[in-house]
Design a binder for this molecule. Structure first.
Ligand code: BGC
Length: 770
């Protein structure tokens, strides 16, 4: 930029603001004239600026924009000497890097940006990407937990808070939201998404994008979002990360695509492709996904970044023979930016020169990438996210910490509460707090907390102590052995049960036992698939030993995926699903346990009874033999029931809600209205997520036994009632047939309204005629 105009960037901005005049840009002997105005810039003027800039770029510089590197840590010191860092540094100075990731902090970001802006020929500013998944420093609940709130404004706000902190440290691009639908709790990355349902998942995806991007990408506290992983990553076989994905047309169009389409329509700035092959083709080289569907059919204007090294991995997939072919196949298939494969920067130039990749492919990719840079305002001020004062003010801002508590409370799901054991009385009971996660300040932060300060979560016991001075604590067993870290496998304690006797002795003398058990925060996430869905290590043994002496147990679960806890459900009177609630964990848990907050979360994913039931999800099809039948020839297991432990949409409250008076008005087939009354019939004020499901009774393609098509979170005082209204348009009623066409079936529809996918309280039917 500096040399492009022959001015410093700062000077240029001032100049432009004052004049808003024409500036002529020289490219060799060719004169390119373009109007440059101060922000906000219209999309038309952005296109003009892109064209002007591209006219000045060499092929190499264009390819440079398509190249993304991971940061190197000596970026702010003297020129690096380590081989890879040295190369990256040289490439930055030559304008051969379009974006970096994992460089954060105002100082570091500024230094790197300065290298590019001041030293490269055209000074095109960098994008700074980072996985801001559930908070930057102020860690909020894991995304699966937030999804359990079913509270779209709160989820949007959560992304907003994350964007405010991230942008304050120089980041302008997050690799979130992950919008992969998944039905397999074994997959470690279920923690990062919104669960199993396409409708809920789409709404949440749009809310998150809105939170990150706001209404103006050029505002200094908004960042570009990235819908990932396109596509099918959540359907990896056997829940094993990076594994093969093989899905039919109907699943692809009706389950996997919709959240991606929803965010593409709502203006998400970027897409990321995925590590997996899908129906035989790696996503990174998948022309059908990236060109035919995303860019052509959905008319998406943003760019697609590869997943980390996913290009290179195509060699291991057995799809590309070498890095050169990786570059050719990926670029031609519409993967615009290469993250850390070195394929584009190494080979694209020769591929263009030999005609294997057309120039228009490069131009199109570069146009998309530059567009985002203009939209972010980076050409107006490449350092717009680099304000030290702002960094200091925003990180751990009291409002963010207060919000993290609200979000964490709303994410908690009450799974069982026999005889109203909960809420507990403040200071009135002798309480034992037991379990390896009760006093853990790290695990509740969950998996994606790359920038978090470790060990800063409020523990369960710290939270509980604020409500009761009559508590004692015993750990019982260690969950993990040794130190944990993001790239390393956690080691689970399978042998040392020496602490159980102390826990049992404590439980014996107590009136109530709060047990805080579950998974370590680093047992879910990328590369962390499990083949079992039990309480890891010796926790089940601990639970049963305590239960043997005191049955008055409140089990608080902290986990990153649905677990199969059939024994606990049969024996333990009260179960609270807290997930990994983030920095405010203990405060949120305690407020729920002591009734200061009435839980309102609902499961965004089915909890199986055994791992053998997986994949298990509510919106399945009916078989031709749904049963039950007396003889064996129906669709079932001989050793387990078909039903899950806890169904999708399930969650209790300290109060009760009565549903009545469902009325359907289907006079207008494209605007069906459903009204019902909901009443709080219990003693506590509370919130209920009213859920509306439909069943399309017959079709050219078989439809699921029910599909969520509306929900509303309603707050009611005891005794109060409200009318809840839903509208069903073609968007809710239709689906994609096997030709990929969106159709609405003329047939009978059933409307089901209830408190979960299983607990249907009201039903009605209507007909749509041809
Ligand atoms: C993950 C992505 C992530 C990227 C960059 C990959 O391993 O699959 O989701 O955004 O790394 O950190």
């Amino acid at each position: 930029m500096k040399r492009w105009f022959g001015f410093t960037v700062q000077f240029l901005v001032v100049f432009l603001i004052i004049t808003g005049f024409f500036i002529s840009c020289k490219q060799g002997s060719k004169q390119v004239e373009t109007t440059i105005q101060p922000t906000p810039t219209t999309s038309d003027s952005i296109e003009v600026k892109i064209a002007a800039l591209m006219a000045k770029m060499t092929l190499e510089e264009k390819i440079g924009q398509m190249n993304q590197y991971n940061g190197f840590w000596d970026a702010t010191g003297p020129a690096p000497s380590e081989k890879k860092a040295k190369l990256k540094y040289a490439h930055l100075r030559k304008g051969l890097v379009g974006a970096v990731l994992n460089v954060t902090g105002v100082d570091k970001v500024r230094k790197l940006q300065e290298i590019v802006v001041n030293e490269s020929r055209l000074g095109i500013p960098l994008l700074f990407g980072f996985d801001v998944i559930h908070g930057y420093k102020t860690i909020t609940p894991i995304p699966l937990a937030e999804a359990a709130s079913w509270d779209l404004p709160l989820i949007e706000q959560s992304a907003r808070v994350a964007a405010i902190e991230a942008s304050a440290v120089g980041i302008n691009w997050t690799f979130a939201p992950m919008v992969d639908i998944t039905r397999d709790a074994r997959w470690g990355r279920v923690m990062e998404g919104a669960g199993e349902d396409t409708y809920l998942g789409s709404k949440i995806a749009v809310a998150r994008v809105k939170g990150f991007q706001g209404s103006d990408l050029s505002a200094p506290n908004t960042i570009a979002a990235c819908a990932k992983h396109f596509a099918g990553y959540g359907f990896s076989e056997a829940g094993k990360d990076y594994n093969t994905v093989d899905v039919g047309t109907s699943t692809l169009y009706n389950i996997i695509f919709p959240p991606f389409k929803a965010v593409a329509d709502s203006g998400v700035a970027t897409f990321m492709n995925s590590f997996n092959i899908i129906n035989g083709i790696p996503s990174t080289a998948n022309k059908f996904l990236q060109r035919d569907i995303l860019k052509d059919k959905w008319k998406y204007k943003g760019f697609v970044v590869s997943d980390w090294g996913s290009g290179l991995e195509m060699i291991d997939h057995g799809f590309a023979k070498d890095l050169k072919q990786v570059a050719e196949l990926s670029a031609n298939a519409g993967s615009d930016m290469d993250m850390e494969s070195y394929a584009y920067v190494t080979h694209l130039k020769e591929l263009v020169e030999s005609g294997k990749v057309e120039m228009k492919v490069i131009d199109e990719a570069v146009r998309r990438i530059l567009r985002l840079k203009f939209e972010l305002g980076l050409f107006d001020d490449p350092y717009r996210y680099c304000n030290l004062k702002n960094e200091k003010e925003q990180i751990y801002h009291p409002d963010h910490l207060a919000f993290a508590l609200t979000m964490a409370k709303s994410s908690i799901v009450l799974l069982k509460n026999t005889n109203q054991l909960l809420p507990l009385n403040k200071n009135q009971q002798r309480i034992a707090v037991i379990g390896p996660l009760a006093d853990d300040k790290s695990s509740p932060l969950g998996n994606w907390r790359l920038a978090a300060d470790d060990n800063n979560a409020v523990t369960a016991i710290e939270g509980i102590r604020k409500f009761s001075s009559t508590i004692s604590y015993a750990k019982g067993v260690n969950l993990v052995i040794g130190k944990t870290s993001f790239p390393e496998e956690v080691k689970i304690n399978e042998t040392d049960s020496s602490g159980i006797s102390e826990a049992v002795a404590l439980a014996k003398q107590s009136e109530v036992v709060i047990m805080v058990l579950g998974e370590h925060g680093l047992q879910s996430g990328e590369g962390r698939s499990r083949s079992k869905l039990d309480l890891p290590g010796l926790q089940q043994q601990l639970l049963e030993a305590v239960y043997a002496v005191n049955k008055n147990i409140v089990l608080v679960l902290m986990n990153g995926r649905p677990l199969a806890l059939t024994w606990a459900d049969e024996h333990i009177p009260a179960i609270v699903e807290a997930w990994q609630p983030g920095i405010q964990s203990g405060n949120a848990i305690a407020q729920v346990l002591f009734g200061e907050y009435n839980p309102s979360g609902k499961l965004p994913m089915t909890f199986p009874r055994t791992v053998g039931q997986v994949p298990i999800y509510y919106n399945h099809f009916s078989t031709g033999r749904p049963g039950p039948k007396k003889e064996v020839f129906w669709s079932h297991y001989i050793d387990e029931v078909n039903e899950p432990l806890y169904p999708f949409g399930f969650g209790l409250s300290y109060t009760n809600f009565a549903y009545s008076n469902l009325k359907i008005d289907a006079a207008n087939a494209t605007l069906i209205k459903a009204d019902l009354t909901i009443k709080n019939t219990g003693q506590f004020a509370g919130e209920e997520v009213v859920q509306l499901y439909i069943r399309t009774k017959t079709g050219t393609v078989v439809r699921p036994i029910k599909e969520l098509k509306g929900f509303s979170k309603v707050e009611l005082q005891p005794g109060a009632s409200k009318t809840v209204s839903f509208i069903l348009t073609n968007e809710e009623l239709g689906y994609y047939n096997n030709d990929g066409n969106f159709i609405v079936e003329p047939c009978e529809y059933e409307v089901m309204v209830g408190s979960s996918s299983k607990d249907i309280r009201l039903k009605e039917k209507f007909q749509i005629d041809k």
